[in-house]
Ligand binder design. Structure first.
Ligand SMILES: Cc1cc2nc3c(=O)[nH]c(=O)nc-3n(C[C@H](O)[C@H](O)[C@H](O)COP(=O)(O)OP(=O)(O)OC[C@H]3O[C@@H](n4cnc5c(N)ncnc54)[C@H](O)[C@@H]3O)c2cc1C
Length: 494
């Protein structure tokens, strides 16, 4: 007979880790299944070997679009820059173009999320950097914006006592970045939850009514390839915005036909992630790219009101660019070797500034599955998205050239062309809503967070976001996870 637990959580990123802790706190038996390894600071490395980065990340391709997500216990929190922002209230007013109504469920807005944001911030130790610790690259953006009359502010981070080594997005070897492996996950384990790394969930299925209160089964392979089964009263799917729809789609034959299947995988937004590469003028302020934490510490909402995007400074290491480029299906041999590459590397460390945008963009993408059941991406940019991209390009160009710099490319052209247009913030592919005709997960009180037509099947990760947030999403995913966990576990385990 299969192992039985109260709660099985698949995926251990922001959505999964929050659910695991909140279920364990109620004294419930909890098993967390995670495809990636369980790595703490001592296991992580500061190396630009592309193979190392790829061992921690999933790369998903759709044409020329690359989406990179975390693959370890803690999910994206192991790789992330730690920027922890609340979404502005207008983000929750976004109107869905297919229905002409508000995308988010009636009960969710910025104010209602406030309490859950607060819980997540406390758990993650979020704090705002003092100006004295802003890395030089962030200082350059701040000066450039100020020169043109625009504002910016200091970013809040889930990083405590940072040693400013700059390797955040390869995993913090000093355990200063507050990855989920330092808070939600160990606290869940301390209350009895069992985290099983290197366990790849292949399928989910409904159990017959004779098995009640156990509602769903899970089939997974461990690191040795051995097949296992678990039955759960409540099954939480938290594989991220690419992994969750893929897992549901490949389990379709065993899950309720009443689920909103046409919407599983659709409405995927890449959060307006555009990365621009600028060269600072030789005789001006130099960003010294590798100094200070990975993220530039400075964000600007100067263009938010009119254009609905924010600006930030990030650092893309050459090794990451190479890794993503190499992971691309049919990737050609790198062409930029020799002197040209050497020259590029010199500029990279001294004069290159990576300016990222994150904004409210439509759900133009779709996650599907290929013949092996692995996710595939279909991405057809709408005129709205093309206009957004043009807008971000013109804005960044104006800032760079207005300060004597040169815009030399973006993530999809110029020196980084192997990377492809890309995102590390996919959202919305199993969205929350008030109506099963337009969403996958219920946003209605009573069955909040449960998949329509499948009581006891819950989605807590970035896929459940109803629309793009316009800012780095981890804190909102954690806050929504807090809300869904409270609602679901109060219902099933009062
Ligand atoms: C390089 C990088 C930098 C980033 N920086 C920031 C930042 O500074 N601020 C911010 O807010 N966000 C940042 N993000 C984004 C942030 O990490 C994600 O938005 C967040 O992690 C998403 O949370 P999630 O719970 O939806 O999924 P994830 O964190 O992606 O977790 C999903 C987990 O499920 C596992 N999984 C998938 N399929 C299966 C399966 N079949 N069986 C078992 N397990 C499975 C995956 O391995 C993964 O660990 C960054 C991301 C990256 C990659």
């Amino acid at each position: 007979m299969a192992e039985r637990v109260d709660v099985c959580v698949v995926g251990s990123g922001f959505g999964g880790a929050v659910a695991a802790l909140r279920a364990a706190e109620r004294g419930r038996s909890v098993v967390v299944l995670e495809k990636g390894k369980y790595l703490m600071g001592r296991d992580l490395r500061q190396t630009q070997d592309p193979k190392y980065f790829l061992s921690l990340a999933h790369t998903h391709w759709g044409g020329n679009v690359a989406v990179v997500t975390g693959k370890c216990v803690g999910g994206g929190s192991v790789l992330y820059g730690g920027v922890s922002l609340k979404a502005p209230s207008e983000a929750f007013d976004v109107v869905d173009r297919s229905t002409g109504t508000r995308s988010w469920p009636a009960v969710i807005d910025r104010q209602a999320l406030g309490l859950y944001y607060q819980r997540a911030e406390t758990m993650l130790g979020v704090n705002r950097l003092p100006w004295s610790q802003i890395p030089k690259k962030g200082g350059v953006l701040a000066r450039w914006l100020d020169n043109l009359g625009y504002t910016c502010e200091r970013a809040p981070y889930a990083i405590v006592d940072c040693l400013e080594c700059g390797w955040c997005t390869y995993g913090c070897i000093y355990d200063r970045k507050q990855s989920l492996t330092l808070n939600y996950i160990p606290q869940a384990e301390a209350r009895g939850a069992e985290v099983r790394p290197e366990c790849n969930v292949r399928t989910l299925f409904s159990l017959p009514s004779t098995s009640l209160p156990y509602r769903f089964g899970v089939e997974y392979r461990d690191a040795s390839g051995a097949l296992h089964g678990i039955e759960a009263r409540v099954l939480v799917v938290a594989c991220g915005a690419i992994g969750t729809p893929a897992l549901l789609l490949r389990s379709r034959s065993g899950l309720p036909a009443e689920m909103s299947w046409t919407h599983v995988g659709s409405n995927l937004t890449l959060s307006g992630d555009n990365l621009y590469v600028a060269l600072a003028p030789e005789d001006g302020l130099l960003p010294t790219t590798y100094q200070g934490r990975e993220d530039g510490g400075v964000i600007s909402f100067a263009f938010w009101r009119e254009k609905k995007f924010m600006l930030e400074i990030v650092t893309l290491f050459p090794g990451q660019a190479a890794a993503i480029g190499l992971a691309r299906p049919g990737a050609p041999e790198p062409s930029r070797w020799g002197i040209a590459n050497k020259d590029l590397m010199k500029l990279w460390s001294t004069r290159m500034l990576f300016i990222g945008t994150i904004g409210i963009t439509p759900g133009d993408g779709r996650v599907d599955i290929g013949s092996t059941g692995e996710p595939t991406l279909v991405f057809a940019p709408s005129p709205e998205l093309n206009a957004f991209n043009r807008d971000t390009y013109e804005t960044v160009k104006m800032i760079v050239e207005g300060n004597g710099g040169e815009l030399i490319g973006s993530s999809f052209e110029g020196p980084l062309s192997a990377v492809g247009a890309g995102s590390v913030h996919p959202l919305g592919s199993c969205r929350l809503g008030d109506d099963p005709a337009t969403s996958v997960v219920s946003g209605r009180p009573g069955d909040f967070g449960e998949v329509w037509g499948a009581p006891g099947l819950v989605v807590t990760d970035g896929s459940a976001c109803s629309a793009a947030l316009g800012v780095n999403p981890s804190l909102t995913i954690a806050a929504l996870g807090e809300w869904i966990a409270e609602s679901v576990f109060t219902k099933y385990f009062p």
